[in-house]
Write a protein that binds this ligand. Structure first.
Ligand SMILES: O=P(O)(O)OC[C@H]1O[C@](O)(CO)[C@@H](O)[C@@H]1O
Length: 249
């Protein structure tokens, strides 16, 4: 794993945006796998800033998002559709029809998962997958214990994850109990992966990801150890148990 240390959240966001922008500049028709959550907000902000100043074009880019809550309509501000539109899509020139997010309102969720998998393969797979990481090591919404063999599937969210995301809702009860997520199998098929993490509360998860060699479904992010092209951009607090800034080791 290639680790790019950042000083703080702002530095991490700038570095992650630069990484993605340079990727798109070198491959203007890239398929980008995108993530939601608090961590990528700064990354998207700097991508938008770059678009406004440098006009890096996303006209030929296609995007697939990792996940979506079950039961939140797209117009709900907490849906990941709304998140992506508000933080990124409405600010850049990516074509609306080229942006894909699982449909958590689908009547038949199994059929929706199959459709999403077919869509990803029809796009030729993901060139660069952006990931955040949950406190329990989840990537996408793949909670501990999820089989690494799964592609897009419905998950029941753990209480920890619902509690972590309750900050965006009026109460914990309003946080959906289920979500659709791309599975570890699909994430691992991405040609490149960029994982970003910020803050002290991610330090233990980063320690397990970087320092422990044990690949286990109990800690979904550990699957990334078997991927040959992973870059981690994380700040000092997130790397406090895993990386020596003084020795850059
Ligand atoms: O960036 P945050 O808000 O800490 O979230 C970390 C991870 O948790 C999720 O938001 C899901 O709970 C993921 O989408 C994200 O990668």
């Amino acid at each position: 794993m290639n680790i790019i240390p950042a000083e703080n959240y702002n530095d991490l966001s700038q570095k992650a945006a630069k990484f993605i922008i340079e990727f798109v500049q070198s491959k203007p028709d890239a398929v980008l796998g995108l993530a939601t959550g608090g961590t990528p907000e700064g990354t998207y902000k700097y991508m938008v800033e770059d678009f406004n100043h440098n006009k890096t074009s996303y006209q030929n880019v296609r995007t697939v998002n990792l996940d979506e809550y079950v039961g939140l309509p797209v117009e709900n501000p907490n849906s990941y559709h709304a998140y992506m539109y508000n933080h990124l899509f409405k600010h850049i020139d990516v074509p609306e029809g080229g942006c894909h997010i699982p449909n958590g309102m689908a009547e038949d969720l199994d059929a929706e998962c199959k459709r999403y998998d077919q869509l990803i393969s029809s796009l030729g797979g993901v060139d660069l997958q952006l990931l955040g990481i949950g406190h329990n090591g989840h990537i996408g919404f793949n909670e501990p214990g999820t089989s690494f063999e799964k592609r897009t599937h419905t998950v029941e969210l753990t209480r920890t994850t619902r509690r972590a995301n309750a900050r965006y809702f009026d109460s914990l009860d309003e946080v959906p109990t289920h979500a659709l997520t791309m599975g570890i199998k699909a994430i691992m098929e991405s040609r490149q992966i960029l994982l970003i993490a910020s803050g002290k509360d991610k330090a233990e998860a980063m320690r397990r990801l970087i320092k422990e060699e044990n690949i286990s479904e109990d800690f979904p992010a550990s699957s990334l150890q078997a991927h040959s092209h992973v870059t981690i951009i994380a700040d000092r607090e997130a790397l406090s148990l895993a990386y020596n800034y003084e020795r850059r080791a």
